[in-house]
Design a protein around this ligand. Structure first.
Ligand code: FAD
Length: 477
């Protein structure tokens, strides 16, 4: 029996991995991960993702070692690394899960060309619930609006049952050495800004399953109402686990559905949760069918949008120094934890692209570098959605008012007080609008605007008018 190389990509797990199960059924398996930053180009993992990747690979290597195998790590050109590994191990086949971003698809094309004939190359699903080609509207076109997309997906046969971790895999002994994970220097040093992250996150399949279990047991009941309130911790926090494929969406889907079957009163919560997984699917559907989405506006007319691109304002936004407490809280949560709550992602992204008229790509890049769940589909589609240029985007004139968003979704100020301690002692009434408080109120709370907390970078009303007039230019242009 010849060896099959299993190439891990965005699927760092052993369970529910069709390509691995098929490889294991064929004979010995050589498990390989290749860090190929050149193929990814400017889409190589950002800083926060590299931290996650390091720990996720360590967890995967431990899971493989528990079954007597060794994960082979290589960095460099994927094709050359695989050619060498196939030659040395005498592998007859290479299996992998397909990926959907343009750069990963280009790599798949190269692999097909280079391994033409010799080693049998086989691509499997494993990342999504529905393959993008399998979902189309009545005229055979890709969907561009979420609601009909998801309705259509829900009418399909549900995703098949997840596969178990293949038992008794014969792991092939590597014939050549593996890189050392430490040598890849994926972790930050000098300063180690992620030193406290192991307390926040547990990358790897065990961590992913624990997160899912905790969510289904303790938080699902209040998901629909709580998911918009950043201080409530009502969501699953599964996004980085899904991003790195430590758990399959099929496993999540079936565990949630089983729970609804046992507790029918929770059906609505489960449906709401699954529809959020649906947004992930929709983002991949769009990225696959419209591969320029990471760089170009989905709505053509936004190519001429008169972005301002003020660098000082961009830096103030990145550092959580805009003078709008809810925006600053979000940007600081991101910097300190590698994560930001979904509602606040919308508010901060809207503030950058509409209040500061800074190109959404600058914000998307910052998120790419700082999010542990930085995802080629969800990040780029969501940024375009917020900026108004995306598929199914909210109408441009709906510009979030950061004060009202704060007062509505952080009414008792718990979120802002946690992340923006400078204003924590302000009464609720002024917390989200400190510049409107009297000198006495500010002084009693220890706030000195322009000194220990910034004045607002822009006035909401003026910024709103400027954004609408910029939009008029591309509408009439
Ligand atoms: P839950 O509410 O528990 O949702 C469950 C899962 O559904 C998530 O883990 C995620 O995989 C998926 N999901 C939920 N909401 C969305 C959404 N709006 N779009 C796509 N998938 C969704 N999500 C990422 O995974 N990576 C990103 O890089 C990313 N960038 C974003 C940028 C902006 C500007 C915005 C507005 C949203 C972005 N999102 C991104 C979507 C969303 O904010 C996160 O998926 C969510 O906050 C993750 O938290 P959770 O796992 O607790 O979500």
């Amino acid at each position: 029996m010849t060896t099959t190389i299993y190439l891990f990509r965005n699927d760092l797990r052993l369970a529910d991995l069709p390509g691995l199960a098929a490889a294991a059924a064929n004979g010995p398996v050589l498990p390989v991960y290749i860090l190929d930053d050149d193929a990814a180009g400017d889409r190589a993992h950002g800083g926060a993702s590299r931290w996650w990747l390091h720990h996720s690979l360590r967890a995967l290597a431990a899971d493989i070692a528990a079954g007597g195998g060794q994960l082979v790590l290589r960095s460099g050109d994927t094709v050359s690394c695989l050619q060498e590994l196939a030659a040395v191990s005498g592998a007859g086949a290479i299996h992998f899960s397909r990926s959907y971003s343009p750069w990963e698809r280009a790599l798949e094309t190269r692999l097909r060309q280079e391994f033409d004939g010799g080693v049998h190359l086989k691509r499997f699903p494993g990342v999504l619930l529905h393959e993008p080609e399998s979902i189309a509207n009545q005229t055979g076109e890709p969907f561009k609006v979420f609601t009909p997309f998801w309705r259509h997906c829900r009418r399909q046969n549900g995703p098949g049952l997840p596969l178990r971790t293949p038992s008794g895999v014969t792991w092939s002994k590597p014939q050549s050495s593996s890189d050392s994970l430490e040598d890849w220097a994926l972790l930050p040093r000098n300063p180690d800004w992620a030193a406290h992250w192991p307390k926040l996150w547990t990358p790897g399949t065990a961590g992913a399953r624990h997160a899912l279990e905790q969510f289904l047991r303790h938080r699902l009941q209040r998901y629909a109402s709580g998911r918009d309130h950043p201080a409530e911790n009502a969501t699953s926090r599964l996004s980085p686990h899904l991003r790195f494929g430590e758990i399959s969406p099929r496993e999540i889907w079936h565990k949630a559905r089983e729970l609804a079957a046992r507790n029918p009163q929770q059906q609505d919560q489960v449906d709401k949760f699954l529809s959020e997984l649906g947004w992930r699917e929709f983002s991949y559907h769009l990225l696959y069918h419209f591969p320029t989405i990471p760089e170009k506006p989905f709505k053509e007319q936004f190519s001429d949008f008169p972005w301002l691109g003020n660098q000082a304002q961009l830096r103030a936004w990145q550092r959580g120094q805009t003078g709008y407490p809810v925006v600053d809280a979000g940007m600081r949560e991101l910097w300190h934890t590698g994560y930001m709550h979904n509602r606040i992602r919308m508010v901060t992204a809207s503030f950058l692209s509409k209040h500061l008229l800074t190109h959404w790509r600058a914000g998307e890049r910052w998120f790419w570098d700082t999010l542990v769940d930085a995802d080629p589909a969800s990040n780029t589609c969501s940024w375009q959605w917020v900026a108004g240029s995306g598929a199914d985007a909210a109408p441009y004139f709906r510009i979030f008012n950061p004060v009202i968003q704060g007062e509505k979704f952080d009414a008792d100020g718990a979120y802002v007080r946690h992340w923006v301690p400078e204003v924590a002692r302000l009464p609720d009434r002024w917390l989200h609008r400190p510049w409107e408080a009297t000198d006495e109120v500010l002084s009693a709370a220890g706030v000195v605007l322009g000194d220990n907390y910034p004045r607002p970078l822009v006035d909401h009303r003026q910024a709103r008018e400027a954004a609408l007039s910029a939009y008029q230019q591309i509408r009439s242009g």
